[in-house]
Design a protein around this ligand. Structure first.
Ligand SMILES: Cc1cc2nc3c(=O)[nH]c(=O)nc-3n(C[C@H](O)[C@H](O)[C@H](O)COP(=O)(O)OP(=O)(O)OC[C@H]3O[C@@H](n4cnc5c(N)ncnc54)[C@H](O)[C@@H]3O)c2cc1C
Length: 472
């Protein structure tokens, strides 16, 4: 049995920052000086290297954080930002940038206030974190898959005064660890190949915590007819809920082949379009920006923005649909006029002589849409002519029948209820000495660096609070 003052399960963004924070408090300074002799901070990480997920962030470039002030930043945090506020102010965006700069990583701020390593290499972010944690005196033990967690005394009674508690941690290979303060930072369920397989939810439940329903967010939305469901029978339900068993309604495996319609749309990247999400026919969210059709379905900045609400709609058994406005800068009357003029020009063009209506209509579409989109748009909008085209360009409706699951979503929404966590310390209200940090919490952000900042802020606060409470 190996003893540490603080053990952190999970060497991801939150866990590594928690280790740096705890060791810094033990060292009694804000620098990278060694942890106070005799004090031990240990990270247990199941993968051969820490920070596996960070390596794939921001398409390998890692969007570390976002410099928007709290008032703007908080609008990008779900389901409610308040539980993050104390952690954010304790370790803000500027602190994150300072932390990486002080540890030798240059950063740059780009469009949308997004911060990246100047090298645009996620690997450099991981290396910097590993270096900083090791310089702080904390230890990272890789290849340690924690299989069970327990507390040695029955201290899980809310409101009871501090009893000296000991947490016991067992790994799959039989190794055992014990500690006074335990931080669970095992992440969510997305990209399980990175090590994030939701193990922490089970332990949180064992300690009496409520797990808010988990679901994939920042994920591809699958329009009806986009995938070839006949290849593997009907609509698959292969996703799973937090308990690992319950099928996730609407989950559509990313690897399911595209239908002919899907294949004709995939690869198109639409700039500056509008996307409106409908729940049971009612518009609930409208976004403007870039949208991509991919092998998964609808993605891109605005696809991801509406994905949280859309997935929720489907899981709740309601009907989800989207409408794309391909010409948001022009109103329908002006667009109608423009199409009428184009139609006359095409009719008057000598090259149109002898051409069928369909051929001329294709020429018209070619003048209004990117060439690669014409076929797919046509397939999805079969009963239109030049008179009804304007309305369809401004309101291209698609029913959404599913979404890509944890296998390829960016973030897990839901998790450990923040109502049961003290926001000023990240300590459990139900079990003294137990802390949570990162994606395991019921906190998820939009794309733009919000999720890593959430992991860094909650990790740092959990680490500092755990160490301070030992020194008290
Ligand atoms: C493709 C992709 C791109 C992304 N891009 C960005 C981006 O650019 N900017 C941004 O802000 N966010 C991005 N995110 C989100 C961001 O990566 C996560 O929110 C963040 O990494 C969460 O950090 P975490 O430490 O809480 O969890 P994780 O990073 O998931 O770390 C959890 C760690 O715990 C370990 N673990 C789990 N179970 C055990 C166990 N039983 N025993 C021991 N160890 C265990 C895992 O191996 C893992 O290393 C992206 C996510 C994905 C999937």
């Amino acid at each position: 049995m190996e003893y540490s003052d603080i053990i952190i399960i999970g060497g991801g963004a939150a866990g590594m920052m928690a280790a740096a924070g705890a060791a810094k408090v033990f060292a009694g300074s804000g620098d990278n000086t060694q942890a106070q002799p005799g004090r031990k901070v240990t990270v247990l990480e199941k993968m051969p290297r820490p920070g596996r997920k960070i390596m794939i962030t921001g398409k390998g470039k890692c969007n570390i954080t976002n410099t928007r002030p709290w008032n703007d930043f908080s609008a990008h945090i779900h389901p409610k930002p308040n539980p993050l506020k104390a952690a954010f102010y304790n370790f803000s965006t500027a602190d994150t940038i300072g932390f990486f700069n002080d540890n030798g990583l240059e950063t740059v701020i780009e469009r949308g206030e997004r911060v990246f390593p100047a090298s645009h290499l996620a690997k450099d972010v991981v290396d910097t974190l590993v270096r900083a944690v090791s310089a702080s005196g904390a230890t990272v033990r890789t290849g340690c898959t924690v299989s069970s967690v327990s507390v040695s005394r029955d201290i899980c009674i809310p409101g009871k005064e501090a009893e000296r508690s000991m947490f016991n941690i067992r790994c799959e290979d039989g190794k055992e660890f014990t500690c006074r303060k335990l931080i669970i930072a095992t992440g969510g369920l997305s990209y399980p190949g990175t090590g994030s397989t939701g193990d922490g939810y089970r332990w949180a439940q064992d300690f009496g915590h409520t797990i808010k329903r988990c679901f994939p967010s920042l994920t591809a939305l699958v329009p009806e007819g986009y995938k070839n469901f006949s290849v593997r029978g009907s609509q698959p339900e292969g996703g799973r809920g937090t308990d690992g068993n319950t099928p996730l309604k609407g989950h559509t495996d990313r690897s399911l082949p595209l239908s002919e319609t899907g294949a004709s749309l995939a690869g198109n990247q639409l700039k500056n379009v509008s996307l409106t999400l409908f729940t049971d026919g009612t518009p609930v969210q409208e976004e403007f920006g870039d949208l991509d059709f991919t092998d998964g379905g609808i993605e891109g900045a605005i696809g991801f923005k509406v994905s949280r609400k859309c997935v929720n709609t489907i899981i709740n058994g309601s009907k989800a649909a989207v409408s794309i406005d391909l010409k948001p800068a022009v109103d329908i009357t002006a667009l109608d006029k423009r199409i009428a003029t184009l139609w006359q020009e095409i009719a008057a063009d000598p090259r149109s002589r002898g051409k069928s209506y369909n051929d001329r209509f294709r020429v018209l579409l070619g003048k209004l849409l990117p060439a690669t989109l014409v076929q797919g748009f046509r397939r999805c909008n079969q009963n239109i002519d030049h008179k009804t085209l304007a309305a369809r360009l401004k309101n291209w409706k698609m029913n959404i029948c599913g979404f890509v699951g944890y296998e390829r979503c960016v973030i897990t929404a839901g998790g450990v209820s923040t109502d049961e966590i003290t926001a000023k310390t990240m300590e459990s209200r139900l079990c003294q000495g137990l802390y949570f940090a990162g994606e395991i919490l019921d906190l998820d952000g939009d794309t733009g660096g919000y999720n890593l900042q959430t992991a860094f802020s909650t990790g740092m606060l959990a680490g500092e609070s755990a160490a301070k409470s030992i020194l008290k």
